[in-house]
Write a protein that binds this ligand. Structure first.
Ligand SMILES: [Zn+2]
Length: 89
C-alpha cells in the first residue's frame, strides 16, 4: 500500500513534469512565431493572414515535432498590406 502510494506520487510528478515541459516548449514556439510576425516586404507587424499551415502542432501520442522546438510546424502568411508571402516556422 505504501509502495503503491509512492508509485502514484511518482507518476503524478512525471505527468506534471511532462506537462510543464510541453507548456514551456509551446511558449518557446509561440515566442518564435511572434518574432517572425513582421512582413519581410514592408515591415508591417502582425498585419498578415494565415493562408495555410501544417502539420498538426499537437499530434496525439508522442510529439517529436514539439520536442524539436516546433521544427515540424509551419504557417504560410500573406501580408495584408503589400501582399508579400512568407513562412513562419
Ligand atoms: Zn507587407
Amino acid at each position: 500500500m505504501r509502495l503503491e502510494g509512492a508509485l502514484l506520487l511518482l507518476s503524478g510528478l512525471a505527468v506534471i513534469l511532462y506537462s510543464w515541459k510541453r507548456y514551456h516548449l509551446m511558449l518557446t514556439i509561440a515566442e518564435r512565431l511572434g518574432e517572425q510576425a513582421t512582413c519581410p516586404g514592408c515591415k508591417a507587424y502582425a498585419k498578415f493572414r494565415i493562408e495555410s499551415s501544417g502539420p498538426s502542432p499537437l499530434p496525439d501520442g508522442g510529439d517529436p515535432a514539439l520536442e524539436d522546438h516546433g521544427g515540424g510546424i509551419w504557417l504560410r502568411a500573406r501580408c495584408r498590406q503589400c501582399g508579400d508571402q512568407w513562412m513562419l516556422k
